[in-house]
Design a protein around this ligand. Structure first.
Ligand code: HEC
Ligand code: HEC
Length: 213
């Protein structure tokens, strides 16, 4: 039952997504502003305020403008080539720099993403990995770049409150592929993380409820 329900959800979202991507082509051929695009196109997957409830899509709410702009450029130039980037983001390759700037401004100025508390026993280990790294495996403390509250800064993304499955998926991609070439810093420090380390730190981050900082 659970499996078939989630399968249906995926089919539903894929169909909706395709329709939206088709519509979006018309929208961004026109002179729609970034804010219009955010509300009419991006919101279908990321939510109007970027605080999407669907764990299939990353939250953008309160993400840093610099980081968002870099990623929009990476999608546009087809450099970020993760499977979901290819499937969902590569068609946005005609955005103008004015539209990208306004989109990044729009999502970065929304109230920051908020996580869900977790009762998983892995959270405590995740907090240790985040704050201290795993010295025996050459994993540097995540906090040294992403900040003690995981809110990031400029081109370093906010992680606090992001969906756990999205975080885990991205770490696995940094670890085993070159699909995010702008993330070289992440590739070298994730290669020795085990699946359990990745789950633990992802659950910890997704449980954080830090607000505006
Ligand atoms: C059809 C669904 C869909 C639509 C519409 C969509 N996105 Fe995305 N977006 C995704 C998915 C899925 C990912 C995750 C890609 C990956 O895993 O690498 C993503 C990733 C992103 C990211 C990277 C987030 C991060 O934390 O690195 C940004 C920024 C982004 N989208 C902005 C936008 C903007 C702006 C629009 C509108 C112009 C938009 N998206 C429209 C599905 C969508
Ligand atoms: C040396 C600095 C540095 C350290 C240490 C670091 N990161 Fe990162 N991280 C980055 C940068 C820079 C990016 C943006 C990469 C890009 O632009 O593609 C990033 C991106 C990410 C992303 C993708 C976020 C998104 O929205 O797509 C995740 C998840 C992440 N880091 C988790 C971690 C975790 C967990 C640790 C600790 C194990 C860690 N990082 C340690 C610099 C660092």
């Amino acid at each position: 039952m659970r499996l078939s329900r989630s399968l249906l959800l995926v089919i539903f979202i894929t169909l909706t997504a395709c329709t939206n991507v088709e519509q979006s082509k018309d929208v961004y051929k026109s002179d729609a502003t970034g804010t219009e695009l955010a509300l009419q196109v991006c919101s279908a997957c990321h939510g109007k305020t970027g605080q999407t409830v669907s764990t299939l899509f990353p939250k953008l709410a309160g993400q840093h403008k610099e980081y968002l702009l870099i990623q929009l450029g990476e999608f546009k130039e087809h450099r970020r080539s993760t499977p979901n980037a290819v499937a969902f983001m590569w068609s946005f390759n005609q955005l103008t720099s004015a539209q990208m700037n306004e989109l990044a401004q729009y999502f970065s100025s929304q109230a920051p993403m908020v996580g869900e508390p977790s009762k998983s026993p892995l959270v405590a280990r995740g907090k240790i990995i985040y704050e201290q790294g795993i010295p025996s495996q050459n994993v540097i403390a995540c906090s040294s770049c992403h900040g003690s509250n995981a809110v990031g800064m400029k081109e370093i993304p906010r992680l606090a409150g992001q969906h756990a499955n999205y975080i885990a998926e991205q770490i696995n991609l940094f670890k085993s592929s070159k699909n995010r070439p702008n993330g070289v810093a992440m590739m070298s420090l994730t290669y020795s993380m085990s699946e359990e380390d990745i789950q633990a730190v992802s659950l910890y981050l997704s449980s954080l409820q830090v607000g505006l900082q």
